[in-house]
Design a protein around this ligand. Structure first.
Ligand code: 5AD
Ligand code: SF4
Length: 489
């Protein structure tokens, strides 16, 4: 049975027997449901004579990765142990829908899960995240994927325990999708993937409506967290041993505009800079149209903000950029890059580029190649345009044939790689600070870490170095990564 849904699409638990007697204040309410779920899991554990296991599978971006840490935190609080594979008692896919192939992956893997569930009928399967915000996806699930137990979207992830509780108590597929929300619930459990670094959401949603992009439709309008909540979270992370934070938002440069007491992103960064124990600050993503001089000045003066900026270009053609509703042109973008490089000469610049946007001609594509050559990115994510139903670009008639788009994509990739290798090579022989992230998977005598500019470095070392920032001499450049050696200071 689906949940009762109110007219605005929200589930009305208030009227059901299930909901009676639980706390009304949101945080307290969710802890109440965590405790109730814990009792169900404990009962199952006794019945099966073994602990219950859960697996969270993440698709997509850093935002989703952070959401998955929240899901994992709640699952751990409920009493599930972590499973290594999807052969688990509870599996949740945190989905992405930014491009069609992200959706295809989920449909494919659901097929496998169905087969496994047939032999393990007590298993629960849950889906959440961006893809679930699409009405066609929900219709398809209802029609052909009835073995899925729990479905929710991006706005009500904080209700995970409540929804799970519901699915323990009622048979059938439980669906709860909201169209939007202005609610941000603080202080729920989180289980971090890395002890020494963490993502921190500073805002949710996007108001930009780039014509190709589905994100504003599935993540809703821009909402900023209060600076005091962000600072409190980062101070807590620092006291837990975190040395690097990545501030996350679809468009961090418009952070704080809609708060009761407005504050700029540059001001927020200055506050984060003061937090003792935090050695590195990263952030993403910056929209070029909103990148302020103040931000550049704060970055240039900072000792902690990494010398790296992810500045999505999307296209180098002013005509296509206008069609994309990006609100900057080629020259404006190049001027911005020049301004940034003048203030911070060694900064690493990375970008996102879409190839094959409807109506893109060879001349437009040449403009993109030209920007790549002029800027010389340290790395770039290149994407084939993917038609997303409901976006303005999807309705365009002049879609670029796949063969032409792919051929342009390959040429772009070649140029991007040439530039990136050139940029990387220039670091050879220098000594740089590296945050050691893990023991190398292939060779246990090596550890792997990251430079400020996000390049990967492998060097001799052991487990005891993980989470530390070490000065490393870069001995050899392998195109996109380095071999180095720790130097004693
Ligand atoms: N097709 C291809 N790439 C897309 N992106 C967003 N929407 C699409 C789409 N429809 C890319 C953009 C964005 C990145 C996260 O994904 O480059 O910056
Ligand atoms: Fe999508 Fe544009 Fe918003 Fe980025 S800024 S999430 S590309 S709409």
């Amino acid at each position: 049975m689906d949940f009762n849904q109110t007219e605005d699409g929200k589930t009305d638990f208030g009227q059901s027997g299930f909901a009676k007697g639980h706390p009304q204040e949101e945080l307290e309410r969710q802890y109440y449901f965590i405790e109730t779920c814990r009792q169900y899991v404990e009962a199952e554990r006794k019945r099966l004579g073994r602990p219950l296991t859960a697996k969270v599978v993440t698709f997509g971006c850093q935002m989703n990765a952070r959401d998955s840490e929240k899901l994992s935190g709640i699952l751990a609080a409920i009493g599930y142990e972590k499973a290594d594979s999807e052969e688990a008692d509870f599996v949740i896919y945190n989905t992405c829908t930014v491009r069609e192939n992200a959706n295809n992956k989920v449909w494919g893997r659901l097929g496998y899960l169905n087969t496994y569930k047939k032999h393990h009928p007590h298993m629960k399967i849950a889906l959440c995240g961006c893809m679930m915000q699409e009405p066609e996806v929900i219709a398809k699930l209802k029609k052909s994927y009835r073995f899925v137990d729990l479905v929710f979207g991006t706005h009500n992830i904080y209700k995970f325990a409540e929804l799970l509780c519901r699915s323990f108590e009622e048979k059938g597929m439980a669906i709860d999708i909201w169209e939007d929300t202005d609610k941000i619930v603080e202080d729920l459990p989180v289980e971090r993937k890395y002890p020494f670094k963490s993502g921190v959401n500073i805002m949710f949603g996007c108001n930009n409506f780039c014509s190709y992009c589905i994100v504003p439709y599935v993540r809703g309008r821009e909402r900023s967290r209060k600076p005091e909540d962000i600072i409190k979270e980062i101070k807590k992370l620092a006291s837990d041993g975190v040395v690097e934070v990545m501030l996350l938002g679809q468009n961090v440069n418009s952070y704080g505009k809609n708060l009761e007491n407005p504050i700029t992103f540059a001001e927020l960064l200055q506050e984060v800079e003061q937090i003792e124990g935090i050695a590195r600050i990263r952030f993403m993503t910056s929209h070029p149209k909103d990148l302020s001089d103040d931000l550049i000045a704060v970055m240039a003066a900072s000792k902690k903000i990494c010398s790296h900026l992810h500045l999505p270009l999307q296209s180098g053609s002013s005509r296509i950029l206008k069609e994309m509703n990006r609100r900057y042109g080629k020259e404006q973008y190049l001027n911005l890059v020049q301004k940034i490089r003048t203030a911070i000469p060694e900064i690493a610049l990375t970008t996102d580029i879409i190839v094959g946007y409807p109506g893109e001609t060879e001349e437009d594509f040449q403009e993109t190649l030209d920007v790549v050559k002029q800027v010389g990115y340290d790395s770039a994510f290149t994407f084939l345009y993917s038609k997303r139903t409901g976006t303005p670009a999807a309705a365009k008639e002049d879609q670029v044939p796949e063969g032409i788009a792919k051929e342009r994509f390959n040429r772009l990739l070649e140029e991007v790689q040439r530039q990136a290798a050139k940029r990387a090579n220039a670091w050879t022989g220098r000594v740089v600070p590296v945050l050691i992230e893990e023991v190398n998977e292939q060779d246990g005598s090596l550890v792997t870490g990251r430079m400020e500019n996000n390049f990967t470095v492998h060097l001799p070392g052991g487990e005891d170095m993980v989470g530390k920032i070490v000065d490393v001499a870069l001995k050899e450049c392998k195109g996109f990564y380095f071999y180095g050696e720790a130097v004693s200071t």
